[in-house]
Design a protein around this ligand. Structure first.
Ligand SMILES: Cc1cc2nc3c(=O)[nH]c(=O)nc-3n(C[C@H](O)[C@H](O)[C@H](O)COP(=O)(O)O)c2cc1C
Length: 139
């Protein structure tokens, strides 16, 4: 059972409210916990950035469902690596809201003070998520 980490970003097709997000998280929590998938989801009302960790089979299956979800589009795979250990094992899907994605954090990991995951390297996305993991309250 090889462990892998996958990171992608995408764009919300319409303005999602908190209920829409809760719906996504509710299903994802159940599915990911059942399949031993862990990770983090960041959302700033426009862009999603998500990291998924787990067995290659289960991460690939989860990503396939996500690719077919009409609530977002322009899905770009930023990183896919075999890993030796998880970084987000506490969360089946930790959620980081827009308030935590601050301008200084974006400046640190990208060329902008805005959250622009499409213009970030996969490694920068991972580093940003690791910093969020260690510095903010994740639900
Ligand atoms: C941005 C985003 C992230 C998602 N993350 C997950 C996830 O981590 N795990 C998951 O099972 N579903 C996730 N979903 C929901 C899936 O796309 C899909 O609706 C759900 O897995 C049910 O799929 P199924 O109808 O094929 O069973 C996400 C959806 C969106 C829009």
């Amino acid at each position: 059972m090889y462990l892998v980490r996958l990171i992608y970003c995408s764009t919300s097709v319409q303005e999602l409210n908190i209920n829409d997000i809760e719906q996504i998280i509710h299903i994802a929590k159940e599915n990911n916990a059942r399949h031993n998938v862990s990770g983090l989801l960041c959302f700033n009302r426009k862009y999603f950035l998500q990291c998924l960790e787990g067995s290659r089979t289960n991460v690939n299956k989860t990503y396939r469902s996500i690719l077919n979800d009409p609530r977002h589009n322009n899905i770009v795979l930023l990183e896919y690596n075999e890993i030796t250990q998880r970084e987000f094992q506490q969360w089946s899907i930790g959620y980081v809201s827009e308030n935590s994605i601050t301008k200084p954090l974006c400046m640190k990991y990208s060329g902008h003070s805005e959250f622009t995951p499409y213009e970030m390297r996969g490694q920068s996305c991972l580093n940003m998520m690791l910093e969020l993991r260690d510095s903010v309250i994740i639900i």
